[in-house]
Design a binder for this molecule. Structure first.
Ligand SMILES: [Zn+2]
Length: 279
């Protein structure tokens, strides 16, 4: 059996599969719990697991975690840790890379980008049927391209990343900085009678459109999938992208392009289950 895991910055989620059949699922807030001990607990519960496949919110190369901004990991060489202690095969890949694998399968294309707007702004790219990874597995880090100066810093150490403007965590930082009620949704900011609220929404919208344009222009996908919590919760954002993406993209790159919203419940988990097919 295969244990698939979505290791995000807020939740750890898992699904246990026997072939295509899902046997069990679960999730836990990852605040303060170690990732390795959490998996070991699952292995005690499900002794029949032969493969562990992880979509991980961080920098991963060849089974080694190189960067983990939001997840506590005591053993970076996690593949070796599990394969040397348990009778399992251990597969791990960046979460957005997993997501785009699942999206490529769903949309049946070899030229696809998945741009997810959640607590971060993440991108997965498949071109010519292969996952784009980069020398240190950092290719496509759209959230950290320079955009404009913010009055606070990003987790990567810079203060001008586009993720500070076009993500859930960035919005939260701006709300705190501007002393705006953190509970206000994007829609409430947009519809508010206060100019300050409308301006924060506009900043978000422009930054997201800019990111969309960069993705289209750099990678020339056949399909651009938008996903993540913010896209799921706010219908208008997707409609706005559809209405305005051409303003931000090289027009030749938009020919034949389809921009769609994800149809998958958990693309990271589904993509993790596909990881073996990469080998
Ligand atoms: Zn950054």
């Amino acid at each position: 059996m295969k244990l698939c895991i979505d290791a995000g910055g807020t939740y750890f989620r898992y699904a246990l599969y026997n072939g295509e059949q899902e046997l069990d699922t679960g999730s836990e807030k990852c605040n303060g719990i170690g990732f390795i001990s959490w998996i070991e607990k699952l292995l005690q519960r499900y002794k029949v697991v032969k493969t562990i496949a992880v979509g991980y919110a961080g920098q991963v190369k060849d089974g080694i975690i190189l960067g983990a901004p939001n997840i506590e990991v005591t053993e970076p060489n996690i593949k070796n840790y599990f394969q040397s202690r348990y009778d399992v095969e251990f597969l791990i890949q960046n979460d957005l890379s997993c997501a785009v694998l699942a999206e490529a399968k769903y949309f049946q294309t070899e030229e696809i980008c998945a741009l997810y707007v959640g607590s971060g702004l993440g991108l997965g790219v498949i071109t010519n049927g292969s996952l784009l990874e980069g020398y240190n597995a950092l290719a496509g880090e759209i959230g950290h391209i320079p955009y404009k100066k913010a009055p606070f810093f990003c987790g990567c150490g810079k203060d001008n990343c586009i993720e500070l403007f076009a993500s859930g965590s960035g919005l939260k930082k701006f709300k705190r900085y501007l002393q705006i009620d953190e509970a206000l949704t994007l829609q409430e900011l947009r519809d508010s009678t206060l100019t300050e609220h409308n301006e924060l929404y506009k900043e978000f919208e422009e930054a997201l459109l800019d990111a969309v344009g960069v993705v289209i222009t750099l990678f020339n996908p056949e399909v651009l999938v938008l996903g993540g919590g913010i896209v799921a919760d706010d219908e208008t954002i997707f409609e706005t992208v559809l209405a305005r993406y051409r303003e931000f993209s090289m027009l030749q790159s938009t020919q034949g392009l389809r921009i769609v919203k994800t149809k998958l419940q958990n693309a990271v988990l589904q993509g993790a289950s596909l990881l073996k097919e990469l080998k």
